[in-house]
Design a protein. Structure first.
Length: 469
């Protein structure tokens, strides 16, 4: 494929289809397997009070994600273009909704996810070097509608996380084929780390009494409690939709996008259920509920503290791989918007030698640094997940509307179980987003405010003539 195109007798660099099936699967699995699955089991155990319920929530979340993967397989194969949901929503609903997704993704969702991953990476580092979590200063802000003041704590981990984001920005500034191969390597390491923990947990002599925990009558848990526990689970599953923005750079997209969109989540869901079962098998319910570093504590109980340190290093690599995947996919959204004249002009720049959307990569890096310096891990992931699942619900609606609006659109893959699959996925996404609004009103309101701020920008930018060059 040519690397340039001609416009007004000028050769302009463009994106190239350099990502094969394995790179595409690695992007999805690498985006999903970050740090959350190694950390959130203790929060879920305390919330639900039963190993069975924790595993059930992982399975429920996995089913929702799999239904979403079917939706993205159809949309990605039908419209294999840079931008992903920006393209799907623009064509399925309206250019306004497509823009608001792209605006929100560029300003908070992708940079916010990167900040969450970087902050979580430093949580793992805190297992080896506890001093990184030391606070530098704490600021209390009184809010009229809240009984307790809002507390902002700035720790040593935040500037270090900003430095990691700068490193990943530099890597993704380089050519996409190199970044794709690097993503395969990182994803292979993180999958190996998860598999190693599961295998160690299955070795004889590791039983710690999970059956006793299972037969203990757990406290009653209503739908609200399950939705609360779903928040960290869906944070761990976040990333199944990440391939769409790379649609313009996947080779043979009509076949490879559906295959990767389904195989990647199936692999991750299976690993997540197995590793959480291993946590309870080795530590028991109370051990999981009380552990701040569940995976590291599991390995420490099996092969000692030295082994736990090595696994913690593997988890740091895992988080780094998720951060790299975020930067491999996220910048393609502001790039696609800028190319259509709906974003800052610098974001449509493609590096003439590396064929990467260099302007958008730098923009996402700057936004992620800003967010990681102003929020902690817990604060960041709640408001990011709110925005993500709000638009995931709209994407499900977009798929249904496109079936009527563009019925003759070639669809190499069609959603299994249509229309129930996208309807169930969209309903679950709405429930998760609404519940998070009720749980985290300040951060969620801040996310909604950023979405609404995009409206005047849309009306300003839509007046621009689309310059094909």
């Amino acid at each position: 494929m040519e690397n340039t195109r001609t416009c007004d007798n000028r050769e302009v660099p463009r994106l190239i289809r350099a990502l094969g099936l394995w790179s595409a699967i690695a992007v999805i699995a690498g985006s999903m397997i970050g740090q959350a699955v190694f950390l959130v089991a203790s929060d879920m155990a305390r919330e639900l009070g039963s190993p069975i319920r924790v595993l059930a929530v992982w399975i429920i979340g996995g089913i929702v994600v799999l239904f979403g993967a079917f939706c993205y397989a159809e949309l990605g194969a039908a419209m294999p273009q840079a931008g992903g949901d920006y393209v799907y929503l623009s064509r399925g609903l309206s250019p306004t909704w497509g823009f608001l997704y792209g605006w929100t993704s560029s300003m908070i969702m992708r940079p916010g996810s990167a900040a969450v991953i970087a902050a979580g990476l430093l949580r793992f580092t805190g297992f080896l070097l506890p001093s990184v979590a030391n606070p530098i200063f704490t600021w209390h802000l009184t809010i009229p509608s809240q009984s307790q003041p809002y507390q902002f704590t700035f720790t040593a981990a935040q500037p270090i996380a900003a430095g990691i984001i700068i490193l990943v920005t530099a890597i993704n500034y380089l050519r996409v084929r190199t970044a794709g191969h690097f993503q395969i390597f990182l994803t292979s390491l993180k999958v190996a780390a998860v598999v190693a923990i599961v295998i160690l947990g299955l070795t004889p002599g590791t039983f710690r009494g999970i059956h006793h925990a299972l037969i203990t009558p757990p406290p009653q848990a209503g739908i609200g409690t399950i939705l609360v526990a779903l928040v960290p689970a869906m944070a761990a599953y976040n990333g199944f939709q990440m391939l769409g923005p790379l649609g313009g750079e996947v080779s043979n997209p009509q076949k490879n996008i559906p295959r990767a969109a389904i195989l990647g989540p199936v692999l991750v869901i299976s690993l997540y259920v197995l590793i959480n079962w291993t946590y309870f098998h080795v530590l028991g319910f109370s051990g999981v509920a009380q552990s701040p570093y569940v995976a590291s504590d599991v390995v420490a109980s099996l092969i000692g503290s030295n082994g736990a340190r090595w696994v913690t290093v593997a988890m740091i690599v895992s988080a780094f791989g998720a951060l790299h995947a975020n930067f491999l996919t996220g910048p393609r959204i502001p790039f696609a918007m800028a190319r259509d004249g709906h974003f800052f002009g610098f974001a449509k720049r493609i590096h003439p030698a590396f064929h990467s959307p260099s302007g958008a990569v730098i923009f996402q890096g700057c936004m992620a640094i800003l967010l990681v310096l102003t929020g902690t891990y817990q604060e960041l992931y709640s408001f990011v997940i709110f925005a993500i699942w709000l638009f995931l619900a709209l994407t499900a609606v977009s798929l249904v509307r496109l079936r009527t609006k563009e019925s003759d659109l070639p669809r190499p893959f069609r959603v299994w179980g249509y229309p129930w699959t996208p309807l169930i996925f969209g309903g679950a996404a709405c429930a998760i987003s609404l519940n998070l609004w009720l749980l985290r009103p300040i951060r969620s309101s801040f996310g909604l405010a950023i979405i609404l701020v995009g409206i005047p920008f849309f009306y300003r930018w839509r007046k621009r003539a689309v310059d094909p060059c």
